[in-house]
Design a protein around this ligand. Structure first.
Ligand SMILES: Cc1cc2nc3c(=O)[nH]c(=O)nc-3n(C[C@H](O)[C@H](O)[C@H](O)COP(=O)(O)OP(=O)(O)OC[C@H]3O[C@@H](n4cnc5c(N)ncnc54)[C@H](O)[C@@H]3O)c2cc1C
Length: 476
């Protein structure tokens, strides 16, 4: 029997998609800009089935791409265009919550659980799973772990890495590593789970995870600030950190270009303050204390800052509906940007003190290549992570050949990333490397670090069949 027949015998006809029409959504990236090729997309329902699929692919010597919600912003989850024999393994049918242990503040889930389902399940047990991002309605926990996703809760709770206690992983040879520990302490040698977190499917397919839960906040206070400059926003962050750092759960900044795109391109979004202010900050405090205490801390911090002339304007959300609406504005940036034009997305982080210099220098560097292009800025400011996005009009982009589009996007990204790295930053803070930043890995990553990564890849996937061409640059 050939591979396809074996896969159908294992999973059933409906779990093996082959027609171009069925494959389309699984071989095209979230922005709809890039397309790969695959011989099929399969949907296993259990860890044993994932292992069996991997063994069949291993025997047939074909590449394998793990796929979650396919919301990657760096073409991580789509197969390569030059490897049509690839089998895409989509985890979407593995979506059981296996167990919740409120006393241990942990839960065990299948990797295909959608992030929002995980958040809601935790909440129904009086707990918080704190990773939150714009794609939470469709991205999966396995994809979050494979990319070490960040989002808006990192300032208080850390990246996905800080919220994973254990993993279950299918290795490239089909063996299953059963590492679903629920422990906070376990000093028994290398902590293997960290190899797989952020490995973007290059070392194994995550099939299950033990997640760390936190007390569910019962009080929330939120403000929307308008400030003069990124430096003023950083000064406000320092002010909040010194007055109420234990409750500070989000500090997100957008510029006027970004805010206006959301207002003009996403239905039912309203600006809390005039969108003509140059820089906007959403600040959120959450805690398990009395809500009046949090509101008082927020108001005191803001009125002291206003008296000292640190703010252009500020609004405090007066109810839960308003808080949710303001988060909707923040979470709509990717949707708005997708509709507004062609954004050349970057994902750098620099030390907080270097953010103003980064924005000035990156703007100059980008404008040398795309003179006058509007610059969209949306930052998880508290983490030093600035999405710096020069924007082109659709017509400008379409006038270019595909090769010219690639070249332009590549050179803008590299110019911006060079500025970030020169300021002791990174070229990928949270989205990962995927297929789009492998050149940057070769250019900016320390040679010893790259050697170690290649050695680990060779040890675990000697035939280089898991997510080929992602994350690592070709070996020199
Ligand atoms: C609107 C929007 C907002 C976003 N906001 C943020 C943000 O704030 N912060 C952030 O960090 N990211 C953000 N992203 C990027 C993206 O959502 C995250 O990277 C997310 O974690 C990807 O999850 P996914 O299930 O969609 O993974 P996919 O896109 O399907 O896959 C991503 C990578 O993980 C691998 N992978 C997927 N599942 C598995 C698995 N089970 N085992 C092994 N490897 C696997 C894939 O091969 C691929 O390399 C955003 C994306 C969108 C569209």
């Amino acid at each position: 029997m050939d591979l396809i027949q074996n896969l159908i015998a294992l999973l059933g006809e409906s779990a093996v998609l082959r027609s171009q029409q069925d494959l389309a959504g699984h071989v095209t990236d979230w922005r709809g800009r890039y397309q790969g090729q695959a011989q099929c997309v399969v949907f296993p329902s259990t860890t044993a089935q994932v292992a069996a699929v991997v063994q069949l692919c291993h025997a047939a010597q074909v590449p394998v791409v793990a796929q979650g919600g396919n919301t990657s912003l760096c073409e991580g989850a789509i197969p390569r265009a030059d490897l049509p024999e690839t089998v895409v393994i989509n985890l979407g049918r593995m979506r059981q919550v296996r167990a919740v242990d409120p006393a241990n503040n942990s839960m065990v889930v299948d990797a295909g659980c959608v992030l929002q389902t995980v958040q809601e399940t935790a909440r129904s047990h009086g707990r918080l799973y704190p990773v939150s991002l714009g794609a939470e309605g469709s991205c999966q926990i396995g994809g979050n772990i494979a990319t070490n996703a960040g989002g808006t809760g990192v300032l208080r709770y850390g990246n996905t890495r800080e919220n994973v206690l254990g993993l279950e992983v299918v290795l490239p040879d089909g063996r299953i590593w059963e590492g679903l520990y629920g422990l906070r302490k376990n000093n028994t040698g290398f902590d293997i789970k960290h190899l797989f977190i952020g490995s973007e499917g290059t070392l194994g397919i995550i099939t299950g995870a033990t997640l760390k839960l936190h007390p569910l906040p019962t009080a929330r206070a939120m403000a929307w600030l308008a400030v003069e400059s990124p430096q003023a926003a950083i000064d406000m962050l320092a002010r909040f950190q010194s007055r109420c750092s234990a409750s500070l759960s989000a500090f997100e900044m957008v510029n006027d270009v970004q805010l206006n795109i959301v207002l003009n391109h996403v239905a039912d979004r309203r600006a809390p303050l005039s969108p003509s202010y140059p820089w906007h900050v959403l600040v959120e405090l959450t805690d398990t204390c009395d809500e009046a205490l949090l509101s008082a801390a927020l108001e005191e911090t803001l009125s002291a800052a206003a008296e000292e002339g640190m703010l252009l304007d500020a609004a405090i959300a007066t109810n839960g509906k308003q808080q949710a609406d303001w988060w909707e504005v923040r979470h709509s940036v990717s949707e708005g940007n997708k509709k507004a034009g062609i954004g050349i997305n970057t994902d750098p982080a620099v030390p907080l003190s270097a953010i103003p210099a980064f924005i000035t220098q990156a703007t100059a560097a980008a404008h040398r290549i795309v003179p006058g292009a509007p610059i969209i800025i949306v930052a998880h400011l508290g983490d030093g992570n600035v999405h710096f996005i020069p924007q082109l009009q659709f017509a400008q982009w379409q006038a270019l050949s595909p090769a010219e589009q690639d070249q332009l996007s590549h050179s803008v990204k590299q110019a911006v990333n060079e500025v970030a790295c020169a300021l002791a930053g990174t070229f990928s803070a949270e989205h990962g490397i995927g297929q789009v930043l492998t050149d940057e890995m070769a250019l900016f990553k320390h040679a010893v670090e790259l050697d170690l990564m290649h050695a680990i890849k060779r040890a675990i996937d000697p035939q280089q069949r898991f997510n080929p061409g992602r994350l690592l640059p070709p070996t020199p």
